[in-house]
Design a protein around this ligand. Structure first.
Ligand SMILES: [Zn+2]
Length: 419
């Protein structure tokens, strides 16, 4: 069998594996609460709060979707015409057209160009957040955060580009097999290592001071069978009013992180409810499942790219012979951008089901659906979330159930358990 034949077989295997993971590990058996219950919950929310949130979301929308469209068009313009390969050629020229310069610097420049054309839309978004008082980060701090995230991406991107094109040169017919394993490995590494490495770049963490809340959170985690080493407070208020908490680390390094904004805005019982939700993610190993899906998806994407690039009209559009040429990176990037756009709604649908399971875990662990509902109302108020967003936007990008879905789920839980 030819390498192409093996690649087709591998792709089919990976797609089947993805389907099996999706069917077996995603909690599809948790449909949202009935629409009538959601509408009842919506009517219980203050009308002015709902209207304010909807105006805010409406003000974000033009920048968001224009930014998406412009970023996509830029990626396609670079990838599906010879523009991108010429740009990479140009970047490599001072280095005698050496493949390392083309692969690493050329690749980073292509990504940077797309980032730069969407930068005005990111700034637009920040100006809206400032106007509504949701961001406490001035333009100076915003710029510093932006440069930090560019730096983090550049380091990861350089390693990935250098690794990828080294393999392509060493194994011109079989790079897709090594690349698939490498991509899966990179996704796994980033998922477990990145949070630990990147968190301190953006936030400072201090242990929560001893007291009833700290004791309650530690005891609850132990009772839940996911003991934590520490409870930390992140100084998120430096840049945002938004509230959050999460559980990070594995086994003996597992810790609860609570935003200082959450401690300031919510009652201790509500903080406990949020942390109980996060413990649900840890207990159900949602990060592991997400990582497995991501690794399989990345491997499948590499093989699919190889198949698209070996023959067919695409490389010719980009003015290159094959994907093995570093100057074809703009084409690769365009295809990955398109794939990301298509995969987004699927990922969101999976995420919503996983989040609903964590919500159910929180209510079972605290036995307190009333506080859970109060917290959802408060979250929506602080984060200016549309409690019942337009259906198309919800399906397109909502990673969590809507506020009215979560409120209705809390009421259903209270009814079923008689609390
Ligand atoms: Zn969650």
């Amino acid at each position: 069998m030819t390498p192409r034949g093996w690649a087709l077989l591998t792709l089919a295997g990976l797609v089947v594996a993805l389907a099996v993971v999706a069917v077996v590990l995603v909690p599809w058996n948790r449909p949202p609460a009935p629409r009538a219950d959601q509408l009842a919950a919506l009517r219980d929310l203050p009308a002015d709060q709902v209207a304010h949130a909807r105006t805010f979301r409406g003000d974000l929308r033009p920048g968001r979707y224009l930014g998406l469209a412009v970023g996509l068009l830029a990626a396609l313009a670079l990838g599906l015409t010879p523009l991108g390969s010429r740009l990479i050629d140009l970047v490599g020229r001072p280095f005698g057209g050496h493949w390392v310069a083309q692969a690493v610097l050329g690749g980073l420049v292509v990504v940077l160009v797309v980032d730069l054309v969407t930068l005005p839309f990111a700034a637009w978004r920040h100006s809206v957040l400032l106007r509504y008082g949701l961001s406490t980060n001035g333009w100076g701090g915003w710029t510093v955060d932006l440069l930090k995230s560019y730096a983090v991406s550049a380091v990861i991107g350089a390693v990935a580009l250098l690794g990828f094109y080294t393999v392509v040169r060493l194994a011109p017919r079989w790079w897709w097999a090594v690349g698939a394993v490498g991509a899966a490995g990179l996704v796994t590494l980033l998922s477990f290592v990145l949070p630990v490495l990147v968190e301190p770049v953006f936030n400072r963490f201090t242990p929560m001071e001893p007291g009833p809340l700290r004791t309650e959170l530690t005891n609850m985690a132990a009772r839940d069978g996911v003991p934590v080493k520490d409870v930390l407070v992140a100084d998120a208020s430096r840049r945002t009013k938004a509230v959050n908490a999460y559980v990070s680390g594995l086994g003996p390094t597992r810790r609860i992180v609570v935003y200082d904004t959450l401690l300031r805005e919510a009652t201790p019982a509500e903080v406990t409810s949020v942390v109980a939700h996060e413990l649900g993610h840890a207990k159900d190993r949602d990060v592991n499942v997400g990582t497995l899906t991501g690794a399989l998806g990345a491997a499948a994407a590499v093989v699919a790219l190889y198949l698209l690039g070996s023959g067919g009209p695409l490389p010719r559009l980009a003015g290159v012979d094959s994907f093995a040429d570093p100057r074809a990176f703009a084409l690769l990037f365009a295809l990955v951008t398109l794939a990301g756009l298509v995969a987004g709604p699927v990922q969101a649908a999976v995420s919503r089901r996983v989040e609903a399971r964590a919500d159910a875990h929180a209510m079972a662990l605290t036995g307190d659906p009333a506080t859970f509902e109060a917290m959802q109302r408060r979250l929506a108020g602080i984060n200016l979330a549309d409690p019942d967003p337009p259906r198309w936007e919800y399906l397109w990008s909502a990673s969590h159930p809507s506020t009215v879905e979560r409120m209705a789920a809390a009421r259903a839980y209270a009814r079923e358990t008689g609390r």
